[in-house]
Write a protein that binds this ligand. Structure first.
Ligand code: ADP
Length: 334
């Protein structure tokens, strides 16, 4: 199968694609979003019109691309994929928009990273299904209006707050994806193990689920790493004990913190006395981009109650100190 071939080639993206749910019914968790989106799509089908533009926000790996593909699939429409960083000039966007057919779904990942002129072109396209293409430069430049067939834009961003207000306002439906509960990750793991042919024991699945950082992409990835371990060091069965040993080896701790997460907590407590400290300072100390610290590590650390964002900067909680095996200072937050 395609999945076997992708695995044999170590093609991470192809394996991920093969594990994606194809319909809203197959999506695990996010029940509110699923119901709301289901209604938006159903109503659009009844009116025989493309659905309103959809904005999906949330940390990486929670299912934004998956939902975009499902929207297209459920509407029976082709999906065009692009990303904010790929659209550096307004002309890039004009080329994409002019190639759309009526009802197409255009997915723009990392939509907050589009250039300003492209963003302005997009406002008009979303609202009026029309763009002005500027021909020439300086005083002789002319704007040529170009009609675009009605389409549905699906934008994805790590945080809706990163988008300028006027862009955000042009989405008819906005959904925020939340981290998954362990029992939801457990369901995802059981589904994936079936597709991958992994012999996954009940307690093995629970162990991987609890260390997956609330993130389906991470759960699926850890499943494959634990399977490697089970095949090489044991009889191939992914048990609780095998999962625990494998995940320790891959430096994923009992709470699912990875090296970056731990680095942030470590720097915050040991170097800066628990804060408050600015996110840029933390980023420099762990040797990462500020965006990565802010959009990947922090949401999870906030979620598990290890870090608080305050007006004066980031602060470690008592739980974070204890996780490092340190005694929290008397002044630390509970
Ligand atoms: P994002 O676009 O938010 O970074 P993706 O949609 O690419 O995340 O999802 C990453 C992986 O996690 C995919 O392989 C997909 O199979 C899986 N996944 C995400 N959300 C779900 C879900 N709700 N149910 C089952 N699998 C999911």
């Amino acid at each position: 199968s395609a999945l076997t071939a992708a695995e044999a080639e170590g093609d991470e993206r192809a394996v991920e694609a093969a594990l994606r749910p194809r319909s809203l019914d197959e999506v695990v968790g996010q029940s509110r979003v699923r119901e709301q989106l289901g209604l938006v799509l159903e109503a659009a089908r009844m009116r025989d019109k493309p659905p309103d533009h959809v904005l999906l926000s949330g940390p990486p790996g929670l299912g934004k691309t998956t939902l975009a593909m499902i929207i297209a699939h459920e509407m029976g429409s082709p999906l065009r994929l692009t990303s904010g960083p790929a659209i550096t000039h307004a002309g890039d966007l004009a080329a994409i928009l002019s190639g759309l057919n009526e009802g197409d779904v255009l997915f723009v990942d990392e939509i907050h990273r589009m250039s300003r002129p492209a963003e302005e072109m997009l406002y008009m396209a979303m609202e009026d299904f029309r763009v002005d293409v500027i021909i020439g430069k300086g005083p002789g430049a002319t704007a040529i209006p170009l009609e675009i067939p009605p389409f549905t834009l699906v934008g994805a961003t790590t945080r809706a707050g990163l988008l300028p207000g006027p862009l955000r306002d042009r989405f008819g439906f906005t959904a925020r994806l939340e981290f998954y509960e362990p029992d939801e990750l457990d369901q995802i793991l059981r589904r994936s193990s079936g597709l991958l042919g992994v012999d996954l024991a009940v307690d093995g699945s629970a162990e991987i689920a609890s260390r997956s950082r609330g993130t389906p992409r991470i759960a699926n990835r850890l499943l494959r790493r634990v399977r490697d371990y089970a095949q090489v060091r044991a009889d191939g069965v992914v048990t609780h004990d095998i999962s625990r040993r494998a995940l320790d080896l891959y430096e994923v701790d009992e709470l699912g913190l990875d090296r970056l997460d731990r680095g942030v907590v470590d720097v915050l407590c040991r170097r800066f006395g628990g804060g408050p400290v600015g996110v840029s300072t933390i980023a420099v100390a762990v040797g990462e981009e500020r965006e990565t610290v802010e959009e990947v590590a922090e949401p999870f650390l906030v979620r598990i109650g290890f870090l608080a964002r305050t007006p004066r900067g980031r602060v470690a909680t008592a739980a974070a100190w204890r996780h490092l095996g340190l005694v929290p200072p008397a002044s630390s937050m509970p």
